[in-house]
Design a protein around this ligand. Structure first.
Ligand code: MIG
Length: 673
């Protein structure tokens, strides 16, 4: 059951797709509301758990910390932070009362989830112009399902986007890309896509190509396609200010950029130096920006990643000038502790400065709105711009699209990647813990930079991260300039990497089927154990194992030098220990806790009783995977699976009646329509 409460007058976000009748505010359930401090309060019992918040730091159960919904360009995802790139205002309280809460509000929200006081959940907004949905249901999964129905069907990626993607900031020219592709071919390492970071552009200008690096880009895209490789270029939010640059000139001509108070376009510094921000919240500007992707689509490009769309601001022109002026006051001075730190602070607070987000404006449906009030919509609307344009330009085809910044609602247009993590073991764990929360909020096509973006990876970390990554829909190895290289060619244990990737391609019929079913049924593809074993208190304590779809559980190793780990089984399961698609060992394990060895070259998959895991024979890319030539892992005398299949690229999704029934009985598999 979904109930809607309207406080004041919300700035439209279009996060919700269902029409729901408003309820009386005086009947607002569970919480006490305080109109003066713009807050909602609820007393929790000691054992209450709080799930959700999508892209956020810390564990699966969010209790005990303070989170802020505020899309932030912050590459340091440490435990002490309160915000990451996304703003996902959905929480689920699981305790004596059980309900979901979605706060539709485009400004900043603070979720104090038992941080100030362990027993109190306090949610504070900047004003009380919002719409709040309270969702009740029988189980956590039921609540999530209702919520997802409310916000509409998640984005569906093309099937090839479930293959392995290789990325780095940046491959500087076509030959560097060719070298990766041939390395993968020569070494039988599967590969479906190579990502192009900012250097493919001409001096970081959106919708341009660096002609020296990629002399005939269209021909190159074609050459890669012949080898079944998709090139995925990045698009940045800021548009370079430069006379003669068509995108800049069009934006100025039509008045499509965000403005300062005085009506002039706002100037920020990002990659290309001075830029303007397209007003993604302005309908016509959005249409224009989206259509600009045509420049790459027409060259055969079929996937994009949208970056820097919090939007990230290195500096604003005004602030920069002020800082230069103020800094002069410090020269020739004897800097004592105070003056030294204020001097240092001047430069350190120059990027993403909160004041700058108050210095520019949007035009939404004829109304002028200050950016900070709608901050969390910017990345969403940039991605929506692209998504809507794709519908118009290539209506029949699925285009890969994911974004860094996001808000709920964006999940209908694209996926997300979780931004600039580090090559740290703790960030592998964060990746594991964040995935189910993202799924709750509708971001099913998502993943982290595998191996870590910043910092230097080691072979064991890469192996363990990949061993988890092969279960995430977006499977991309990405790393930053200046870090140790982390292409697979850099490592010694190539055969192990080959096997891990082969296992991914073997699992694809299952992964894709479960992903599609989750999208179409408004369910989760990666779940906390407690969402499947609803009343198992022990399962609710497990923060480092996940259910993947309906048949399996995983328990990744995420600690340095660990050669195994403790695993909790909520019920008897069949362990499939895989070294490769052909090397599998089985063991039935009773319900309870087990210590299991897991070497660097092994994947542990736990198959539930009565369930089936379909496997393909693998392949070097998605084209080579035969989705009809399947084998089946089965646990129990009778087992059952519903298999979803389609062509992976058109929008002719398979209707539920057509999903295949796979039945195992009397020691044989029967597949029926
Ligand atoms: O300020 O385009 O998160 O994936 O490689 C860094 C360069 C800008 C941030 C993205 C990262 C990308 C990088 N970008």
């Amino acid at each position: 059951m979904i109930r809607k409460y309207v406080f004041g007058k919300m700035i439209e976000t279009e996060a919700v797709v269902l029409q729901i009748q408003d309820e009386q505010l005086s009947q607002f359930p569970f919480f006490s509301t305080d109109e003066k401090s713009f807050s909602l309060k609820l007393e929790m019992s000691d054992n209450d758990k709080v799930y959700g918040l999508g892209e956020a730091v810390r564990g699966i159960n969010k209790r005990g910390w303070l989170y802020k919904s505020k899309c932030s360009d912050d590459p340091s995802h440490t435990e002490d932070k309160n915000s990451l790139y996304g703003a996902h205002n959905f929480i689920l309280l699981d305790g004596e009362v059980k309900f979901g809460l979605f706060i539709d509000y485009p400004g900043m929200i603070t979720f104090d989830v038992g941080y100030s006081s362990y027993r109190e959940l306090k949610i504070t907004l900047e004003d009380f112009n919002c719409e709040i949905y309270v969702i009740e249901g029988e189980s956590k999964l039921q609540i999530v399902k209702e919520f997802r129905r409310l916000i509409g069907t998640s984005y569906i990626a093309p099937r090839w986007a479930f293959g392995y993607g290789q990325s780095r900031w940046s491959y500087m020219n076509a030959d560097e890309v060719r070298a990766i592709v041939s390395f993968h071919k020569e070494n039988q390492l599967p590969l479906d896509s190579v990502y192009l970071d900012i250097d493919y552009m001409e001096r970081y200008k959106d919708f341009t190509i660096n002609q020296d690096a990629f002399p005939d880009f269209q021909e190159f895209v074609h050459e890669m396609k012949e080898q079944n490789i998709h090139l995925i270029p990045i698009i940045d939010a800021g548009v370079k200010i430069e006379d003669g640059y068509d995108i800049y000139e069009e934006g100025i001509r039509h008045d499509y950029f965000c403005k300062k108070e005085n009506g002039e376009p706002f100037v920020a510094g990002v990659w290309p130096g001075r830029v303007h921000f397209p007003d993604m919240l302005h309908k016509d500007a959005r249409k224009w920006f989206g259509r600009s992707y045509h420049f790459l689509l027409e060259k055969g490009i079929d996937g994009f990643w949208n970056d820097m769309n919090e939007p990230a601001i290195f500096y604003s022109e005004e602030r920069l000038q002020q800082v230069f002026l103020q800094i002069q006051n410090y020269s020739n001075q004897n800097l004592d502790i105070q003056s030294f730190f204020s001097f240092k602070n001047l430069v350190e607070t120059i990027n993403n400065n909160p004041e700058d987000y108050k210095a520019f404006f949007h035009e939404m449906n004829g109304e002028r709105i200050r950016h900070d009030q709608v901050h969390n919509l910017y990345g969403y609307m940039m991605t929506r711009a692209a998504g809507e344009a794709f519908l118009e330009l290539q209506p029949e085809k699925r285009i890969l699209l994911f974004s860094r910044a996001s808000y709920i609602g964006m999940h209908r247009y694209g996926g997300i990647w979780t931004g600039d993590n580090m090559s740290w073991w703790s960030h592998l764990k964060l990746n594991i813990q964040m995935m189910p929360s993202l799924n709750m909020c509708g971001f099913l096509y998502s993943g982290a930079d595998i191996g870590g973006f910043g910092g230097n990876v080691t072979e064991d970390l890469m192996l363990r991260w990949l061993a988890f990554g092969i279960f995430t829909p977006l499977l991309r190895n990405h790393s930053a300039m200046g870090t140790r290289k982390q292409e697979l060619s850099e490592f010694e244990k190539l055969p192990v990497f080959r096997n891990l990737l082969q296992i991914r391609y073997g699992l694809l019929p299952y992964i894709y089927s479960e992903y599609m079913k989750s999208v179409l049924n408004h369910e989760m593809y990666m779940l906390p154990l407690s969402f499947v074993y609803e009343h198992d208190e022990r399962a609710a304590q497990v923060e480092d194992q996940l259910m993947i779809g309906e048949s399996i559980m995983i328990a990744p190793v995420y600690e340095q030098n660990a050669r195994g780990r403790y695993v909790y089984l909520p019920e008897t399961m069949k362990l499939i220990r895989m070294k490769s698609l052909l090397d599998k060992q089985y063991q039935v394990l009773e319900q309870g806790v087990h210590y299991l060895e897991c070497e660097l070259d092994e994947i542990l998959i736990f198959l539930r009783p009565g369930k089936i895991l379909p496997l393909s024979k693998g392949g070097m890319n998605m084209e080579e995977v035969d989705f009809n030539d399947l084998s089946f892992e089965v646990f129990g005398d009778r087992a059952y699976y519903k298999l979803y299949q389609d062509d992976g690229i058109s929008k002719q999704y398979q209707a539920k009646e057509e999903w295949k029934n796979i039945v195992y009985e009397n020691a044989v598999i029967i597949t029926e329509k």
